[in-house]
Design a protein around this ligand. Sequence first.
Ligand SMILES: *Cc1c(COP(=O)(O)O)cnc(C)c1O
Length: 336
Amino acid sequence: MGQATLSIDLDALVENWRALDALSAPTVETAAVVKADAYGLGIAAVGPKLAEAGARTYFVALAEEGAALRASLGEGPSVHVFSGHMSGDALLLRDHNLTPLLNSAEQIARHFQALPGHPYGVQTDTGMNRLGFEPGEMPDVLSPVLTISHLACSDTPKHPQNEAQRAAFTPEGRASLAATGGILLGPKYHFDLTRPGIGLYGGLPFEGALPVVSLEIPLIQSRLVAQQESVGYGASWIAPDQRRIATLSAGYADGLIRAMGNRAHLYHGDTPCPIVGRVSMDLITVDITHLREIPESLSILNKHQTIDTLAAAAGTIGYEILTSLGTRYNRVYKGG
Ligand SMILES: *Cc1c(COP(=O)(O)O)cnc(C)c1O
């Protein structure tokens, strides 16, 4: 089988949700952010598993994602939509009982016109300048079920913007400011509801997170490459002496981004093996000269190399590694 295996540990996901939940007071509710197909891990498996763990409130980016989530969750949990009420969303919001987080006067007008009486929240901007009402811009006739804002620098605890944004966040009623990073900043940031995403899926800035994904890639063939011969497109790697090079069955179409070429490693058990040459669409080439056997597969995500260490090697962040994982993997859910 040429297909690589992406293992998703749902028990670790639940542990991470519980650990983040335990960081805030019992009166603070812990929600779950499952946008972008639960950060690439599959909303249909992740959504219900978190409900089992105790999550009652979810956040998605798009109304369409909310509809997909509702289909796997059933009625009960509340589902909030970050992009608010966009043109064409009314039936999705109504039929799937989704709560838009309104971002602008235009969205308020659209919502009140299309779905009078349908619950909504609002998003306010406290300094990120991405989504939400500016201070003073929000009409005071509103009665949102939730007011949220988002921190720009919560992965950098000492950044002065954290405190500035917190001070600028003065909502009336039920309120939420903290994503994963904000939870770790402490109780002053928790308000009524926290919104962890990446920490659930095993990523920084939640250092205590259990890894949720592992990825094992089959070896298709291996060959001896003589000194001074090159490997891969552009001949970007030249063998300094005779090497054994393995060709593995996954590439940039599977989210092993090109920036990993000549920079990241795969693992045979505890032994790292460098990617040599450029990453191709469906293939990577790995130096396995130092291994005592030719393995059937190598691992790129494991206890030695997390989404964040792999991201660092490729000059990106764990979020991007996760959400880039392609659709070609054999996805195996543990603890489902
Ligand atoms: C993505 C997102 C979150 C979750 O952030 P993490 O850093 O993944 O925990 C929370 N709130 C908003 C508005 C978001 O866009």
